[in-house]
Design a protein. Structure first.
Length: 439
């Protein structure tokens, strides 16, 4: 009701906005129809026509009086602030020509994942085509909130001299919730998941291990937890030697490009590892960590498992972030020493210095009544868990991990402790088999 009141007030003050708001509402309804449309296909992924999914979408955008609606990509949604203090009435927070929606491509690709999301293309006013993912049966409001937080962290990183010198940043993309169950995601081009990259390399080497065999090993570990470490060292690790470095050699044959890509990989991986640790981000399996084949960037997706929810899973998560032997080996001869460790320390130092503004932002996220951080819980339990989540984040920023005793850890000491936890064989061997700690 409040949102409707704001829109009604805007239309009363600027009558021209009535048509724009009407078109935006209609476009949202059509995109929801695209998200929820069931497509019968014997094999996935499959390509269908937009007419088969939502015929009325083309009619809407082809109308002569269709409003100028911006393509919801990250670069268009990023606000620029004035460089100096004082009044800036003429400041444009969105400089440059923003791309507007002209029409939707006729081809729709239905992907093979569980929710069967649809990949669509938008032809924009700048002549370019922008790809978006229509995702059903998934509450993207959490992802949207976390992407906003990552954007704020990026601004802090750009404003810090040392972070700017080291070119530290988080790869972000736009997330547009359409309702509590559907939304749009900006498609990140030229990326592949870690699991896909590694499995492809193992297949080329003739070392592929079937899912059935891995499930049997997982069942054996569940029956006899005391043998987990022995099975991990003697059965799993020999089947999955470190090969991730070959991906860099294949995609970046030029020595300079190879070095720059590896540097980008280490730095983006380090920044997101620390930010993810502070937020209690879990579920960092091989499909949720992507790598860009054009520059080596590490891109994280799917932020549903937040505020240490991973510790409450059937098989509790035991590591602060993903730093498996494949990832360490791809960092070069120094491994996580050197560039990765230093980037982690610089990032953690910045987050500590900016803890007050960042906590203000996080508290509004956690207390947001529209976003169910604690799904299925309510009343006092929810309030208690919210307070616990805030306390855990504050403790991590201060260097007070829950299990630590004594004085707060220094930045260097906290980073050292986290790396030791993330690479500890005991912890990795007890992770859920589907998390693929052996990769």
């Amino acid at each position: 009701m409040r949102c409707k009141g704001i829109l009604d007030k805007a239309m009363s003050q600027i009558p021209e906005m009535e048509k724009l708001i009407e078109d935006v509402v209609n476009l949202t309804d059509k995109l929801l129809e695209v998200c929820n449309k069931k497509v019968d296909a014997q094999r996935l992924p499959a390509v269908v026509t937009m007419d088969k999914v939502c015929r009325s979408l083309a009619r809407l955008t082809n109308a002569n009086d269709f409003s100028c609606i911006m393509v919801p990509i990250q670069s268009s949604l990023t606000v620029t602030l004035p460089m100096s203090k004082g009044s800036h009435q003429d400041h444009n927070p969105f400089p440059g020509e923003l791309p507007y929606i002209i029409k939707f491509n006729e081809k729709v690709e239905v992907l093979a994942s569980l929710q069967k999301p649809k990949k669509i293309s938008i032809l924009a006013s700048d002549g370019k085509s922008y790809t978006m993912l229509c995702k059903p049966e998934d509450d993207l409001r959490k992802d949207n909130r976390l992407m906003e937080f990552n954007t704020i962290v990026n601004k802090c990183l750009r404003n810090d001299a040392e972070c700017r010198q080291r070119q530290l940043y988080i790869r972000t993309y736009s997330v547009v919730p359409l309702n509590e169950k559907c939304g749009l995601l900006e498609w990140v081009h030229n990326t592949s998941g870690l699991r896909l990259i590694l499995n492809k390399t193992y297949q080329q080497r003739g070392m592929f291990t079937s899912g059935k065999e891995l499930k049997e090993i997982g069942k054996l570990i569940e029956k006899e937890p005391d043998t987990a470490k022995d099975i991990f060292i003697n059965q799993l690790l020999p089947k999955f030697p470190p090969v991730f470095d070959e991906w860099f050699l294949h995609n970046f044959p030029d020595p300079t490009a190879w070095y720059q890509a590896r540097v980008a990989y280490i730095r983006t991986c380090a920044v997101m590892s620390i930010v993810g640790y502070i937020l209690g981000l879990g579920d960092r399996h091989g499909e949720n960590i992507l790598f860009d084949s054009t520059n080596g960037d590490c891109v994280h997706v799917d932020f549903n498992c937040l505020f240490n929810r991973g510790e409450q899973l059937g098989v509790p998560e035991r590591v602060p972030f993903r730093l498996t032997h494949n990832m360490v080996h791809a960092m070069g001869v120094t491994g996580y020493e050197g560039m990765f460790r230093k980037s982690c320390e610089v990032t953690l130092r910045l987050l500590r210095e900016q803890s007050d503004p960042l906590m203000c932002v996080l508290k509004t996220f956690i207390h947001d009544p529209l976003v169910e951080w604690n799904r299925g819980r309510g009343g006092r339990n929810e309030s208690k868990e919210t307070a616990t989540s805030i306390k855990n984040i504050e403790d991590r920023l201060l260097g007070n991990p829950p299990k630590a005793k004594g004085l707060p850890l220094s930045i260097e000491g906290q980073v050292h402790s986290l790396i030791q936890e993330a690479t500890d064989i005991e912890n990795l061997s007890r992770m859920f088999i589907g998390w693929a700690a052996y990769m």
